[in-house]
Design a binder for this molecule. Structure first.
Ligand SMILES: [Zn+2]
Ligand SMILES: [Zn+2]
Length: 188
């Protein structure tokens, strides 16, 4: 909150936008969807004005998670498509990866197999390219033919590491916020 006050006094719009987005996240984690929405919205227009696309991606990820959990799949789809656009525009591969993941899930859900497979393939290729490290065994993901788990928070681990370790019940070892798994093992 102090950071927000300082940003207001200094007319630091970039900082204001990011503070508002984090406030949105805080409300989202408290399941106060209405407040989360209003903070994200305020942040979105600030970020838009100064062209802070990274902040916009951050907001979109939060919105997708809200829409997924309230089962507003059409809105989630819209936000993910927008995220793909913004992420590709600034070359943020990690956000593009996440959006492909969300779109894969959403199209699976609506039984649009071709579209879902299309996003699965793109997720696959990008995951290999990014050479992400697994937070449990610290080995590269996608080096061999691995099965991976994508957590609700978007962190990705080998499925063998998820299954072997105790964090299944404790949630993601990286951010500790999310519990439960978002997906079945996904083969890369
Ligand atoms: Zn691992
Ligand atoms: Zn996480």
């Amino acid at each position: 909150m102090d950071a927000m006050k300082l940003a207001m006094e200094e007319r630091d719009y970039a900082m204001q936008a990011r503070c508002l987005a984090s406030l949105g996240d805080i409300h989202r984690s408290r399941k106060d969807v209405e407040k989360a929405h209003s903070k994200y919205e305020a942040s979105w227009s600030q970020a838009g004005e100064i062209g802070d696309h990274v902040c916009q991606l951050y907001i979109l990820m939060g919105l997708i998670k809200i829409f997924m959990s309230s089962r507003e799949f059409e809105k989630a789809n819209e936000a993910a498509a927008r995220g793909l656009e913004v992420g590709s525009g600034i070359g943020s591969k990690i956000h593009v990866l996440r959006c492909h993941w969300f779109l894969y899930q959403l199209y699976m859900n609506s039984e649009e197999r071709t579209l879902s497979q299309d996003h699965a393939k793109k997720f696959d290729g990008l995951l290999r390219e990014l050479q992400l490290y697994c937070g449990v065994c610290h080995d590269v993901i996608g080096k061999q033919k691995d099965n991976v788990y994508v957590m609700e928070c978007c962190h990705i681990y080998h499925s063998k590491c998820v299954e072997n370790s105790a964090f299944r019940s404790k949630g993601c070892p990286n951010c500790k916020i999310s519990s439960g798994l978002f997906s079945k093992p996904f083969s890369v």
